[in-house]
Design a protein around this ligand. Structure first.
Ligand code: HEM
Length: 122
């Protein structure tokens, strides 16, 4: 067993930001999920991307400080459904597979994300 943080095992900041940069366009271009990003400006999208990177790094034990809102507050009122959530999980799995994230780390990430469902799905 390694006692390195998940952050380190994932490959640190650059690897995690590459994952976020791959995942977000998949979500925005998805026919079902695209509505959540319709008519948002580029700056807002970039800020969200950076917040996602900071959040993922901080949650994985990295040195970033997440200054965004908590998951419940950030998504409340968007009416994200169970079906949206399942589409999201499919994209997340595709991104993790693309970057060849090893199985142990992949399942840790998925477990962490699954734990957020109760805060995000309404
Ligand atoms: C179906 C799933 C999801 C959808 C449709 C979704 C959609 C969105 C949208 C549209 C925003 C922008 C909100 C705004 O600017 O007011 C946002 C913000 C954010 N989301 Fe999600 N999200 C989903 C799942 C997740 C998950 C699983 C995570 C964490 C791993 C996450 C992390 C964040 C973060 C960190 C922000 C920025 C919060 C802030 O502005 O303070 N989202 N999400």
């Amino acid at each position: 067993m390694s006692n390195k943080s998940l952050y380190e095992r994932l490959g640190g900041y650059d690897a995690i930001s590459a994952v976020a940069n791959d995942l977000l366009p998949r979500l925005r271009n998805d026919p079902q999920l695209g509505r959540f990003w319709a008519h948002r400006g580029e700056d807002g999208i970039q800020r969200e991307e950076q917040l996602l990177i900071d959040y993922l790094c901080a949650s994985a034990g990295g040195p970033t400080y997440y200054r965004g809102r908590d998951m419940a507050l950030a998504h409340r009122g968007m009416r994200i459904t169970e079906s949206d959530w399942n589409v999201f999980l499919g994209h997340a799995a595709a991104t993790l597979a693309k970057f060849r994230v090893p199985e142990t780390e992949q399942s840790e990430v998925v477990k962490f994300v699954q734990g957020l469902k109760k805060d995000i799905v309404e």
